[in-house]
Ligand binder design. Structure first.
Ligand SMILES: Cc1cc2nc3c(=O)[nH]c(=O)nc-3n(C[C@H](O)[C@H](O)[C@H](O)COP(=O)(O)OP(=O)(O)OC[C@H]3O[C@@H](n4cnc5c(N)ncnc54)[C@H](O)[C@@H]3O)c2cc1C
Length: 457
């Protein structure tokens, strides 16, 4: 089979790339090759409660399949200001802040066109920013469109339906066997595909595959930073005032003890739940929420992570983060840990009995009550405790005894190809796009990059 454009991976980066190509070149042929399932077939056994522990499905339904990690996430799209153009990725470093903001606004316009109703749009609060500054907490100002997991799933379904109607060929459950760059040919379990231009957009989950591809083709990579920490779960009442105006307060804090940067992000409110994601057999936590308010969990959750930049000679930050995460998996018997902040501060384990006394009821029922300090470096835990205490000044109650900490939450970012051009090509007629390129880490920036590459290809 021969196509003008072939994308590997069917996340938002590829979908937006294909959308724009169809708009600009209606006669061009486009194929997307995805290793996971079709959108409507994606289902996590943990969601269905058919199992009580992650059973390591061959393809994790949370991060794999049509619409990528975007299908089952919180559907929060950050529309940055110049102040927050670095939120959700590093694209502004390559294309500039203003062009990035413009592309994200275009993305917002496209997606709202597929929405079944008007979804909430939140604006930054400058009063809250000023309040934060009193305590050396730095709030990034951004606008947010929030679809929720249910709403985003519907938007993605409509988008995919549209693309298929427009002739984009989406092949699922495809295993890539080989790519011959000189012949411009891909050999796969679904047959061979010839292309004129190839876009690789395999997301964070496809990073090991992408790294192998780069090594094989002598495309030099440089390592990225990693973020390590916990997911914090609190009663929604604590952050209600803030979440009602701006949905999520993206706060940076430089700890006094070590000078490390800790950030809060990926907030989930309303019917918010903590969930598990499986990245290549390492379990980590994440969060999502539904836009419908019929059934409220009563809790909010957010990631609180310390950024670690290793300098010479260490060059394996991702392996380091995965190793730390696997310790939590080991202690919890192949799951994740949950501990009350008060127990952590006292240096004692949260056991099942203590967790049952918690006034904050955990939403991730399969998390194992335990002691996260047995798996997490002291420095990171000190950073997290200090940051929560600082945040307590602006959101009273956030560092209560029964604040729940789930471990591990790690964000590893793909190694960046060292020599990326302004068009994001890494070899002749081969482009890297979205989270696997190491230049984005959010729906907004991955989608914007898809549009950008399609505009310039
Ligand atoms: C639970 C969760 C919640 C999140 N919430 C938010 C949020 O609210 N807002 C936000 O901005 N970001 C959020 N994120 C991050 C966001 O989902 C990603 O940044 C975004 O989806 C990246 O898009 P992408 O297209 O680059 O990659 P992905 O969405 O990861 O898509 C990549 C696709 O490539 C496929 N693939 C991988 N390897 C191969 C291969 N070898 N062959 C074929 N296909 C392959 C994968 O199966 C996947 O479907 C969340 C992530 C998770 C996991």
């Amino acid at each position: 089979m021969k196509f003008d454009y072939v994308c590997i991976g069917a996340g938002i980066a590829s979908l937006m790339f294909s959308y724009r190509i169809r708009q600009r070149y209606p006669d061009a042929s486009v194929a997307i090759l995805e290793k996971g399932k079709r959108l409507e077939e994606r289902s996590c056994p943990l969601d269905n409660r058919t199992v009580s522990r992650c059973i390591h499905c061959k393809q994790c339904a949370i991060v794999s399949g049509v619409a990528g990690s975007g299908a089952k996430n919180d559907g929060k799209y950050i529309i940055p200001t110049v102040d927050s153009a670095d939120y959700g990725g590093w694209l502004a470093e390559y294309i500039g802040a203003e062009p990035l903001i413009d592309l994200v606004k275009q993305l917002d316009g496209i997606l709202t066109g597929f929405a079944d109703k008007e979804y909430p749009f939140y604006s930054p609060s400058f009063e809250f920013k000023a309040e934060c500054l009193k305590y050396d907490l730095h709030l990034k100002t951004a606008y947010i469109r929030h679809y929720g997991s249910d709403g985003n799933f519907r938007v993605m379904s409509k988008l995919v339906e549209y693309l298929e109607r427009e002739g984009v060929n989406i092949f699922t459950e495809v295993g890539i066997k080989d790519i011959d760059l000189s012949k411009k040919e891909i050999t796969s379990t679904a047959g061979s595909f010839e292309y004129n231009k190839l876009v690789i957009a395999v997301g964070r989950n496809g990073t090991p595959w992408f790294v192998d591809f780069c090594r094989l083709n002598r495309i030099e990579l440089e390592s990225n930073k990693v973020d390590i920490g916990v997911r914090v779960e609190i009663p929604s009442a604590i952050c209600k005032q803030v979440s009602e105006t701006m949905y999520e307060p993206k706060i940076y804090y430089r700890t006094k003890q070590y000078g490390d940067i800790v950030r809060s992000f990926c907030w989930n409110n309303n019917d918010a739940k903590v969930c598990i994601e499986n990245n290549d057999k390492v379990l980590s936590v994440n969060g999502y929420s539904n836009s419908s308010s019929n059934e409220l969990s009563g809790n909010s959750n957010f990631a609180l992570l310390a950024s670690i930049n290793f300098s010479q000679p260490f060059k394996q930050p991702t392996e380091y983060a995965r190793y730390i995460a696997s310790l939590s998996n080991m202690i919890s018997g192949n799951s994740v840990l949950v501990q009350r902040l008060g127990d952590l501060k006292l240096g004692r384990r949260t056991n099942e009995h203590r967790l049952s006394q918690s006034t904050t009821i955990p939403t991730l029922k399969t998390a194992v009550a335990g002691d996260i300090s047995l798996a997490m470096p002291k420095r990171i835990l000190d950073d997290i405790i200090e940051t929560l205490d600082a945040m307590n000044n602006v959101m009273m109650g956030i560092s209560n005894y029964d604040t729940l900490l789930y471990s591990p939450e790690i964000k590893t970012y793909s190694a960046k190809p060292k020599f990326i051009s302004e068009n994001f090509d890494i070899s002749e007629d081969v482009y890297c796009c979205g989270d696997c390129s190491g230049t984005t880490r959010s729906l907004s920036q991955a989608g914007a990059q898809g549009l950008y590459i399609a505009d310039r290809i």
